[in-house]
Design a protein around this ligand. Structure first.
Ligand code: CMC
Length: 429
């Protein structure tokens, strides 16, 4: 136990308890500060605010380390598939063989959507963004499964978790089928998770569809590296919504909306659009690096930079390696991959990016793999959501089970008008 920090303000001194995590991250506990001093802390964008003590994921942005429940992401990606990773994140330990089989079996048998849910898809335009569909349909799960909404009933929570993990790929694949005007393909419960998703995406009733094992491996890796990233924008949203005791489906639906933005999960779509634009514009990578450095241009290198990583994002390393492997295996040459690599090289040797410690992030190369698999660009962020789902669930569960959880309710420094007299409409100038 470290001795408390002291804060002097005016002629008074206040003690702030010091909290130290297992990896020696050190925080000042300011929860009593307002009651004792009248002061609040101000930190727009939560740049330096720890909102919670969590035991799910450890991230050291300076050293480029990411661990799920203590296991390096590189090891998890090498040894586990996505469902085993999900189990690890949600339940906190690696499953025994029996636990894993039961988990897989349960997920594989909850994949179908209620038939009435299909009518949701008729209510949206053909060109609706699949992220909008995903968040709406996930929110709508709470209308179909009213028997499992109580966040304080562990059996109901367990059923909701399994339903969500099982049905999200089906919901996602249906949103794609809607956009291309093809019939929905029912899930096949004899297929493992990723195979089943690819089958629902690409099979059609009039011919056989063979799932390519290389695509499956690449997809497994992508989902695993996206599976959790501690208190990011969407996960914090899930926690924020869940802190009001909103049900799991409602909380995850909100997380999907948060993920959609181009500064967060939407960056993978924005990144591929950017790379395509660079190619269409003659492939002059240096021009775009110069634009990214010019604040007035309003342009940023998508897939570059991170709030926490001030080093190479370990997820980007794994994905780049997988890109190389997959393209070589398929004997594919994707000009986007070439431009991305050139862009990375130019940016990483530029003083602006070096000084600001801006490196490729998880979204920089993921689009190249999605393209190789045949996933259309509008679905990229949907795939991110499928990957992030176990992380969102793990955080929601951790929050619900914690005895210290309170409703999330930040404070503010009011800078608006002081009290002023009301002027009736006839007297306004
Ligand atoms: N291109 C050019 N300049 C950048 C970039 C970029 N991609 N990212 C940050 N900067 C500059 C920024 O202009 C600022 O400069 P200055 O200090 O002179 O004002 C400095 O670097 C710090 O940036 P910031 O916006 O204050 O940093 P942040 O922590 O608030 O934002 C970020 C992090 C990820 C939103 C930002 O780096 C960004 O917009 N990147 C592009 C979008 C992107 O790839 N997002 C995916 C993030 S990883 C997936 C996920 O988990 O969501």
């Amino acid at each position: 136990m470290s001795s408390p920090a002291k804060l002097r303000y005016g002629d008074k001194e206040f003690e702030l308890p010091v909290v130290v995590g297992t990896e020696n991250e050190t925080a000042l506990d300011i929860s009593k500060l307002r009651a004792e001093s009248g002061l609040i802390t101000l930190d727009e964008g939560y740049v330096n605010t720890g909102a919670v003590a969590s035991s799910i994921t450890f991230l050291d942005g300076e050293a480029g380390i990411l661990r799920y429940r203590g296991y390096p992401v590189e090891v998890v990606a090498d040894q586990c598939d996505f469902l085993e990773t999900s189990y690890l994140l949600i339940y906190g330990t690696l499953p025994t063989q029996k636990q894993l089989e039961e988990f897989r079996c349960s997920i594989q048998h909850h994949t179908m959507l209620h038939e009435d849910m299909k009518s949701f898809y008729n209510g949206v335009p053909r060109d609706a963004h699949p992220m909008a569909i995903l968040s709406s349909v996930v929110g709508a799960l709470s209308t179909f499964y009213q028997d499992s909404l109580n966040p304080h009933d562990s059996r109901q929570v367990e059923i909701s978790i399994h339903r969500l993990l099982a049905k999200l790929p089906t919901i996602a694949a249906y949103s794609f089928k809607k956009s291309v005007g093809q019939p929905f393909i029912y899930p096949r419960n004899n297929l493992p998770y990723c195979e089943n998703f690819l089958h629902m995406m690409f099979a059609v009733p009039c011919e056989d569809y063979e799932v390519d094992p290389d695509f499956v491996r690449a997809l497994e890796l992508l989902l695993i590296v996206h599976a959790d990233h501690e208190q990011n924008c969407s996960t914090s949203t899930v926690r924020m919504v869940g802190s009001s005791n909103a049900n799991l489906f409602a909380s995850i639906s909100a997380g999907i909306c948060a993920l959609w933005g181009p500064l967060h999960g939407g960056a993978n779509e924005a990144c591929v659009n950017m790379l395509e634009q660079i190619i269409a514009d003659g492939g002059d990578v240096k021009k775009y690096v110069a634009m990214a450095k010019d604040k007035k241009s309003g342009f940023r290198l998508m897939g570059f930079g991170h709030r926490v990583y001030k080093n190479y994002d370990p997820r980007a390393k794994l994905i780049k390696h997988q890109c190389d492997r997959l393209l070589a295996k398929l004997s594919l040459k994707d000009p986007l991959f070439d431009v991305a690599q050139e862009l990375e090289q130019v940016a990483l040797s530029d003083p602006y990016f070096i000084e600001k410690k801006l490196y490729p992030n998880v979204d920089f190369y993921s689009g190249v793999i999605y393209r190789a698999i045949g996933i259309p660009v509008q679905m990229f962020t949907v795939l991110f959501a499928m990957g992030r789902l176990p992380g969102w669930i793990a955080h929601w569960v951790e929050m619900q089970r914690s005895e210290t959880t309170r409703i999330c309710r930040p404070r503010q420094v009011y800078v608006g008008e002081k009290l002023r007299p009301f002027v009736s409409v006839k007297d306004r100038g």
